[in-house]
Design a protein around this ligand. Structure first.
Ligand SMILES: [Zn+2]
Ligand SMILES: [Zn+2]
Length: 453
């Protein structure tokens, strides 16, 4: 907890906001204060079905005296809330005896606005209870839960082998073991409510009452909202997590990286609120009393958006690379046990034109390439697939023929030389076919000319 001392007053409030949210208080938010005394935290608890507001005063000082507690007591009394209220003072330091006596007296006298005092020692215990880590003077989101990186029945390489299964001319038994790494990516599942009413002189022109749930890639520098498929994968498997056991993962994968949550929960929360405010911004057209049409951009206020939950989890991104001949094939996916979302499929992609293939992909055993229909040919001598990239070519009967190598070409040259003429012609069926049609046409024309038909 020593690092707490390096925090500014504001950072301390941010930290406490995270702590309270973790402890299960609801609608934890910072109240904007008028004077220069910093901000209070407002939060709620539900007691016997009734919401009770708690106003928290944060004091990042060595010692807190009776006036602070007394002032909070009057602030609670005037705080606008439809229900019971209580108070709390938290400090990194300690409370003076008069401060403690004052708080005790409120409680003993059955005052409607009791005040709880939490000092530095209490804070340390609380932080330990909820597993918050203090890192560089800030607390980051800590999480030890991950979705499963490995398909429980198909095994680590199951998904890659499955992807290779649809490649023509490739026996999956010939595949080498792929090099496979896993990166545990921090994500946050966020639910939030936006309730906003936009009014002008003519009345309410727009209203938002919406619940949003989305997934955030908690990248340290650039948090971003996850795309639909990844979001769904994580949401659907959120309750099926396992402990992130790094040594066990290192035995299973060739490389293991665990990315950390680089920001505090409050920072992610603020980021999410900004995105939601943007998301719910709309331009509304309305008619004024003077019958003139106006447009107004409606953006929810900060206080219109409340984040209800932020839950961290790791989602494993499994990257594999399989080497075949001169090529290596990347295959990357987000995993959740037997389910996954493919991020990169370098297996169903032609190495020659780099186009992704929905249709047939064929393996060239000669060089290890995977090819589209256009870039795969039949080896003339062995009648096996060969790609245009590695094949040795030569024209026979005006048609290009493909060979694994010069040796095969030379062997075919000899075969060709020994062929009777009609068989040579069969090396170019379209030409022969075309000539045949041509020949028949000539015969017909002649027959017509000579009055035979
Ligand atoms: Zn191609
Ligand atoms: Zn090839």
């Amino acid at each position: 907890m020593e690092l707490l001392d390096d925090l500014s007053g504001f950072q301390f409030e941010d930290l406490m906001e995270d702590v309270f949210r973790k402890l299960g208080y609801e609608n934890v938010r910072q109240a904007v204060k008028t004077a220069d005394e910093g901000r209070d935290i407002i939060m709620e608890e539900v007691v016997d079905g009734r919401r009770r507001a708690i106003i928290v005063e944060c004091k990042h000082t060595d010692s807190v005296g009776r006036p602070v507690v007394q002032k909070l007591h009057s602030a609670i009394a005037t705080f606008d809330f439809d229900g019971p209220k209580r108070g709390m003072v938290v400090t990194t330091g300690r409370f003076t005896s008069p401060a403690r006596e004052y708080a005790d007296r409120l409680r003993n006298n059955g005052d409607p606005y009791s005040i709880e005092l939490l000092d530095g020692t209490d804070l340390r215990d609380l932080s330990e209870d909820i597993g918050l880590d203090i890192y560089n003077g800030r607390i980051e989101v800590l999480c030890n839960e991950t979705l499963r990186p490995v398909d429980p029945t198909a095994g680590r390489d199951g998904p890659v082998l499955e992807a290779f299964r649809s490649i023509e001319n490739l026996d999956s038994r010939d595949l080498p073991t792929p090099w496979t790494s896993v990166t545990f990516e921090p994500v946050l599942s966020i639910t939030a409510r936006t309730d906003a009413t936009f009014e002008t002189s003519v009345g309410v022109i727009h209203q938002i009452n919406q619940q949003d749930a989305f997934l955030l890639h908690a990248d340290r520098q650039h948090p971003r909202v996850a795309d639909g498929a990844v979001g769904t994968l994580v949401q659907e498997n959120f309750s099926r997590t396992i402990d992130l056991d790094e040594p066990a993962m290192e035995e299973m994968f060739d490389e293991v990286d665990v990315n950390r949550f680089g920001q505090t929960e409050t920072e992610y929360k603020e980021w999410a609120i900004d995105r939601l405010r943007e998301h719910h911004t709309t331009t509304v057209e309305y008619t004024g009393d003077n019958n003139v049409t106006y447009t107004k951009e409606c953006t929810p206020n900060l206080s219109d958006v409340s984040v209800q939950s932020i839950e961290p989890v790791y989602v494993p991104e499994v990257r594999s690379s399989t080497s075949l001949g001169e090529y290596s094939y990347p295959f990357t996916y987000y995993a959740a046990g037997p389910s996954r979302v493919t991020v990169e499929d370098g297996i169903h992609r032609c190495v020659h034109c780099d186009s992704a293939q929905d249709g047939t992909c064929t393996y060239c055993e000669n060089c290890g390439s995977i090819n589209c229909k256009k870039h795969i040919k039949t080896e003339r001598l062995e009648q096996e697939p060969v790609c245009t990239g590695c094949a040795v070519t030569e024209r026979f009967f005006l048609r290009t023929k493909y060979f694994y190598d010069e040796e095969n070409r030379d062997e075919f040259r000899e075969e060709y030389a020994a062929m009777p003429a009609y068989e040579k012609a069969m090396e170019n069926p379209p030409l022969v076919g075309g000539s045949l049609v041509g020949a028949i046409a000539v015969v017909l024309l002649l027959a017509i000319q000579f009055g035979l038909l």
